[in-house]
Write a protein that binds this ligand. Structure first.
Ligand code: FMN
Length: 185
């Protein structure tokens, strides 16, 4: 069974996009698609980027742990809110921190907003950054609009049927890329 790291990018006080991370963890486990864990950037609370991990003389245990979890994951599912048309600094902070760990990593992106567009403006800039760092972004979208209404604090969907209906093909794309990469090794 593949292992998926769910990267919850929002560190904002009172954040809501984390609900999407909780939703996917439950969906993935219930449907026995993969093993998974949430990498919560609010919990890690990394300092603002000063240097890449490979050039840090004495990296913190937390940074090493985070890097190991990205490296060992077969795929990464990024949950990102949209802030002023882009993704949050907390996410750029960890993209820049690592290097080889991202290489050819299958990554699916779920964008979140409390408006009606579901954070879709984030996709262009985030895809480009991940492409630059040589990750493998999956060509599937999972925008979550109106997050405050769509999911409760535990990640339970108000309309579970339609959320689950969208989740399956989205995760299938990620799983396809994970399997394709496995066959190349
Ligand atoms: C700094 C900031 C900028 C925002 N910019 C946008 C935006 O450009 N587009 C949008 O649809 N929502 C925007 N929002 C509203 C967010 O979609 C909403 O707050 C959402 O809950 C953010 O995810 P979070 O709760 O995990 O931080 C912004 C929110 C913040 C805090």
């Amino acid at each position: 069974m593949p292992h998926i790291a769910i990267l919850s990018a929002s560190v904002r006080t009172g954040r809501m996009s984390h609900r999407v991370a909780l939703y996917f963890k439950q969906y993935i486990e219930q449907h026995e698609i993969a093993t998974c864990e949430i990498l919560d950037l609010q919990a890690y609370d990394f300092p603002v980027f000063h240097e890449r991990l490979r050039l840090q003389p004495e990296p913190s245990a937390q940074v090493l742990e985070f890097a190991g979890k990205i490296k060992n994951a077969d795929g990464v599912l990024i949950i990102t809110p949209e802030y002023n048309g882009g993704y949050p600094a907390s996410l750029k902070n960890v993209v820049d921190l690592l290097y080889d760990e991202w290489r050819r990593k299958p990554i699916a992106i779920s964008t979140v907003s409390d408006g009606v567009f579901g954070g879709t403006q984030v996709i262009t800039s985030l895809q480009f950054t991940l492409w630059k760092i040589r990750a493998w972004t999956v060509p599937a979208m999972f925008p979550v609009p109106k997050i405050s209404e769509a999911l409760d604090e535990t990640g339970k969907a108000k309309d579970a049927e339609s959320m689950d209906k969208r989740a399956k093909p989205f995760l299938d794309e990620l799983l396809w890329c994970i399997e394709a990469k496995k066959r190349m090794q």
